[in-house]
Design a protein around this ligand. Structure first.
Ligand SMILES: [Zn+2]
Length: 275
């Protein structure tokens, strides 16, 4: 074979080989676009089929995920205080959001930064009481509505906060209650407000509870519900609550709960105050 012809044939063969290799590489790339990595139960990474947003199977998966969603709504009453700062630090660590039912007596200049931080970090603020003294708050039939109006105005004027969440001091079944609780709630509903009692209590405001006791109360209660509303406190004496919080967040997170503010939950009122 003449040298010139042989070089031409070799040149063509090389061109074809390179083309085929490019084809294989492109093919692999396209194939891999349809797959993604996931971690299986044993902790080993494995490849799974990617689910596109438009397929029918994707809709079914999203729906079943929603039905099984576990969202814990942590609420802290009677703050802000120095303990609120510690609570905010822990919540941040776990990327958890919570709701703070504040009291007017604690909205001091000293605590201003704490309230501003709550908002900045995505938590919600609700009305608890301007004056948390039960005999004052429930003094007569209209005193609770008047008190809330004072607190609502303070939050608006001093902090630029407009909230639609409220919680009765002691809960809507509080035995200090004067007048008809259903009427009070109806009056607040008319203003677009939403009432929140709780279905889980940390029992952290009576006596001197230990962190282990609070942890146990919250865990035992919360695991009964897909969307528990947990009562806790962030007052200046709630040191045990602060101590229990890390374990509460850690354990509930590992059991598939995430933590959101009550802005995302439908109203929850004790049955006796509804019927
Ligand atoms: Zn309270």
């Amino acid at each position: 074979m003449k040298r010139g012809i042989r070089e031409k044939i070799i040149g063509k063969l090389l061109f074809l080989t390179n083309g085929a290799m490019l084809g294989i590489i492109l093919g692999l790339l396209v194939q891999n676009c349809g797959q993604q990595w996931s971690v299986n139960a044993s902790g080993l990474a494995e490849k799974t089929e990617a689910v596109t947003g438009t397929s029918a199977s994707a809709n079914v998966i999203n729906q079943s995920e929603k039905e099984e969603e576990n969202i814990c709504y942590l609420t802290f009453d009677d703050g802000p205080s120095s303990n609120t700062v510690k609570i905010l630090d822990i919540l941040k660590e776990y990327n958890a959001k919570a709701t703070f039912f504040v009291i007017g007596n604690s909205l001091t200049e000293e605590n201003r930064e704490i309230v501003e931080r709550m908002i900045k970090e995505g938590h919600s603020i609700g009305l608890h009481a301007n004056n948390h003294n039960y005999s004052k708050f429930y003094e007569n039939e209209n005193s609770c509505l008047k008190d809330w109006e004072l607190l609502e105005n303070r939050l608006k004027k001093e902090y630029g906060i407009k909230t639609r969440l409220f919680r009765f001091p002691g809960g809507s079944a509080c035995h200090y209650m004067k007048g008809n609780v259903k009427e009070h709630i109806a009056a607040m509903h008319e203003k677009g407000m939403v009432c929140f009692d709780w279905n889980v209590s940390g029992e952290d405001s009576v006596g001197s509870p230990t962190p282990a006791f609070i942890y146990q109360n919250v865990l035992q209660g919360a695991l009964k519900y897909h969307t528990p509303v947990v009562l806790l406190h962030d007052s200046s004496i709630a040191d045990a609550t602060v101590e229990a919080l890390k374990d509460i967040l850690g354990e509930l997170s590992s059991r598939g709960y995430r933590f959101e503010t009550l802005e995302n939950r439908k109203e929850y009122i004790f049955r006796s105050s509804r019927e």
